[in-house]
Design a protein around this ligand. Structure first.
Ligand code: C2E
Ligand code: MG
Ligand code: MG
Ligand code: MG
Length: 276
């Protein structure tokens, strides 16, 4: 009967209103005003070279929510991607990260690179090239010190678009480096890797986590061999132990990143970290 149907609908609706649905609603609503209310901020995590010296940083966004406190990106980036708010958010990240690191380079006479995470939806937006150009111009960052981190989903979803977009970005900004983040987590992009203008891959943390258990040795070896044969740089991410940092299959990696070598930190703490 219609009454029962109504009751069923009510039941389904009330089940959907779980705490996590409420949370999602709070996050979606809050995202709309987060930038205007200056609730977003950036942390910078050191990326070190083989000698353990800082070579660059990855910019990582955080949200200081008025009621919920500190929220990490895994809990709001997917919502922002869904709603499209990732575009203004990502623009904000680019504008601030490039200025922050270029100012730091100038004031401390350094030559650090900054690596910025870019969502698929940002790359697909028609105005992304302009937003990027503007951020580069305003910050006056050297192009060799700028890296864009993309995930494999972009390459998997629309490989032809990815190829042409990346070729154009690199042509317009000579020296800019394209990085594939979380490499190895997906799988099909191997097929397109040779056609993409990729400069660097970040070996996914899940492989590093297993070290020193030897299950992953062959996989890590083949990723390292692949990247080396394609003239790509490598970053080993998620380094938490000395054993992982000095794991022989990783010895040809140019860069290392992880809590052992430096946690994500404010710009102020980064200066202290560098001046040590
Ligand atoms: P990601 O780009 O792979 O960034 C690395 C994540 O691993 C960061 O988490 C970092 O804090 C964490 N991490 C670094 N070293 C270690 C370690 O040794 N052990 C462990 N367990 N974790 C480590 P975070 O900051 O929570 O960011 C999560 C993800 O959110 C990022 O993964 C990235 O995909 C995304 N994200 C962060 N900032 C931005 C942004 O500005 N824009 C976009 N589109 N995505 C962002
Ligand atoms: Mg990243
Ligand atoms: Mg990563
Ligand atoms: Mg990740």
């Amino acid at each position: 009967s219609s009454k029962e149907g109504g009751k069923n609908r009510y039941t389904i609706f009330s089940q959907d209103l779980t705490l996590s649905a409420q949370n999602k609603w709070i996050i979606d609503q809050g995202l709309k005003t987060a930038l205007i209310n200056q609730e977003m901020f950036l942390n910078y995590q050191p990326i070190v070279n083989r000698d353990g010296k800082i070579a660059g940083v990855e910019a990582l966004i955080r949200w200081n929510h008025p009621e919920k406190g500190l929220i990490f990106p895994d809990d709001f980036i997917p919502s922002a991607e869904e709603s499209g708010l990732i575009n203004p958010l990502g623009q904000w990240v680019l504008e601030h990260a490039l200025v922050d690191i270029e100012e730091l380079n100038k004031s401390l006479d350094l030559d650090l690179f900054v690596s910025v995470n870019i969502s698929t939806r940002q790359l697909k937006a028609a105005d992304f090239p302009d937003i990027l150009s503007m951020a580069i111009k305003r910050s006056a960052i050297h192009l060799k010190n700028l890296r864009l981190e993309l995930t494999e989903t972009f390459l998997l979803e629309s490989p032809e678009m990815a190829i042409s977009t990346l070729i154009k970005l690199k042509k317009d900004h000579p020296g800019l480096k394209i990085v594939i983040d979380d490499f190895g987590k997906g799988y099909s992009s191997l097929h397109y890797l040779s056609r993409l203008p990729v400069d660097c891959i970040k070996i996914d943390r899940s492989f590093i986590k297993e070290i020193p258990e030897d299950n992953n040795r062959k996989i890590i070896n083949s990723i390292v061999n692949l990247a080396t044969s394609m003239d790509m740089e490598m970053v080993a991410e998620g380094i938490e132990t000395v054993e992982q940092q000095h794991y022989p299959p990783l010895e040809n990696c140019q860069y290392f990143q992880g809590f052992l070598l430096g946690k994500p930190m404010s710009r102020k703490n980064l200066i202290q970290f560098i001046e040590g």
